[in-house]
Design a binder for this molecule. Structure first.
Ligand SMILES: [Zn+2]
Ligand SMILES: [Zn+2]
Length: 114
């Protein structure tokens, strides 16, 4: 959970050139991106706030005021964007919460019938 909150989600420094973004993220993306990310439309769009050209799955987060590669959403629970670098940690954290909740509800039921 801490990784999800504090890990860099794939934020792109402002005023970056699109060649730098491609060289930094594209080799990484092909190894780790979910299947639905690869099939997204790969079109270039400008971001006026960050002064960059958004390539591929780069999207701007209005809460963090930064562009994030592989942006999924801004999570208010973890207080961070969910992007290419921390979506695995996010999914793991959600499953951990579900397992802990299930375990505690079983424990509570066991104690109640004693
Ligand atoms: Zn931006
Ligand atoms: Zn955000």
């Amino acid at each position: 959970m801490l990784c999800t909150s504090y890990k860099n989600p794939g934020a792109i420094p402002k005023h970056s050139r699109s060649e730098d973004i491609k060289s930094h993220f594209l080799p990484f993306k092909t190894l780790t991106a979910p299947v639905w990310e690869v099939s997204r439309l790969m079109s270039d769009r400008p971001c006026d706030s960050c002064d960059i050209t958004r390539i591929g799955t780069v999207s701007h987060c209005n809460y963090c005021n930064q562009c994030v590669y592989g942006f999924d959403h801004h999570c208010f629970i973890f207080g961070n964007c969910i992007g290419i670098n921390n979506w695995r940690n996010f999914v793991l954290a959600i499953y951990s919460i579900l397992i802990i909740t299930f375990y505690l509800s079983c424990l509570q039921s066991y104690i109640a019938i004693q």
